[in-house]
Design a protein around this ligand. Structure first.
Ligand SMILES: Cc1ncc(COP(=O)(O)O)c(C=O)c1O
Length: 347
């Protein structure tokens, strides 16, 4: 594969910065499984505070956060209600079914965001024949929905319906900090109506490993049990927790640059003949690119870009997806747009 100079395939492609690597090098460490790793403990405390929850637990990945949250909230045969585009449904290797015996009931939301009425229609009243509607799942921001931000009002409204039916509410906050920066509202506001929430350090925050799951103290205590069961308990995890701490302290506000770069990318691509961009879609760092009007497939354009050292993901026969991040500055996104124009023009 040719060298990729500009990689907009995902916001997970970032490499730890020099400052982050220094924090990793200098991390104080201990035995995490015995809760004796001081850096991990600090990260968990800071994350719990930032997310407005009693406690938090550090885990190797966001996928494990979802798996453990489902495990604690649900019994096998219970049902999670979620949007049809949810990450857990499509990109976690069937984990909810395989690891937790959980059924998924999907809602026809718009760009990953569903309504309280849709939740009300989907919740099952108790009957011993049915799966039990146990958990409502909200993805903030919506990945497949194009990085859209749920409003606080909408989160509160869907959560209220869940509560009426005795359900818990879980937030997949892989990109919660993008929502925080885009909305100008603190994470605690976004998480007020949900019971549990997790945050990924490896997306826009630029860390190499790790995520943190937060919730009530008794929930997190149970989560520790499944962290062991699922093989997520570590030893001197301060080495990676240090990167998470560095990310929380240094890389949140700068997400605004990624959002501005996403809009600049979208605006430049909108000028390319045959390319369709919905500028209203670009609320955070995700840009969907409709290439149908070029007469070329997304795969052909992808391959043409890769040959020129630029990578943008294929998300359907004629749809591509670009994500901005801290290793792609304004010049990089402008060059990516110009390169895509060349490829479309047959150059
Ligand atoms: C919305 C969403 N949820 C969950 C995940 C899984 O996170 P991880 O890759 O850390 O397992 C991702 C990763 O892309 C994601 O975008």
């Amino acid at each position: 594969m040719p060298d990729i100079r500009i990689d907009l395939y995902s916001d997970t492609v970032t490499r730890p910065s020099e400052g982050m690597r220094r924090a990793i090098y200098e991390a104080e460490v201990g035995n995490e499984q015995a809760k004796e790793d001081p850096t991990t403990n600090r990260l968990q405390e800071l994350a719990a505070e930032m997310l407005g929850k009693e406690q938090a637990v550090f885990l190797p990945s966001g996928t494990m956060c979802n798996a453990i949250a489902y495990r604690v909230h649900c019994e096998p045969g219970d049902e999670v209600i979620l949007d049809k585009t949810a990450h857990t449904l499509h990109w976690e290797a069937g984990g909810p079914a395989a690891l937790n015996g959980v059924m998924s009931r999907t809602l026809e939301g718009e760009n990953g965001i569903y309504t309280p009425e849709q939740v009300r229609d989907a919740v099952r009243g108790y009957r011993h024949h049915h799966p039990t509607s146990r958990l409502l799942h909200v993805e903030q921001t919506t990945m497949w929905g194009g990085g859209r931000v749920w409003t606080l009002e909408r989160i509160a409204a869907v959560a209220a319906v869940a509560r009426e039916h005795g359900m818990a509410v879980h937030m997949d906050g892989a990109r919660l900090m993008n929502a925080v920066v885009a909305s100008g509202l603190p994470a605690t506001e976004h998480t007020k109506a949900v019971d549990t929430v997790w945050l990924d350090f490896t997306k826009g925050l630029g860390a190499p490993v790790g995520a943190v799951l937060a919730g009530p103290g008794d929930f997190i205590e149970r989560a520790w049990r499944f962290k062991h069961q699922f093989g997520g308990a570590m030893r001197q995890s301060g080495i990676i927790a240090a990167a998470g701490l560095y990310a929380l302290e240094n890389n949140i506000e700068r997400l605004a640059e990624d959002h501005a770069n996403a809009r600049a990318l979208g605006a430049a691509l909108a000028e390319v003949p045959g390319i369709g961009i919905d500028m209203d879609q670009i609320q955070t760092n995700i840009v969907f690119i409709d290439v149908a009007g070029t007469g070329r497939s997304a795969k052909e354009i992808h391959d043409g870009l890769v040959a020129k050292g630029v990578r943008i993901g294929v998300f359907g026969p004629t749809v591509m997806r670009a994500l901005t991040h801290l290793d792609a500055d304004r010049a990089a996104v402008e060059e990516a747009a110009a390169t895509l124009a060349e490829v479309v023009a047959g150059g």
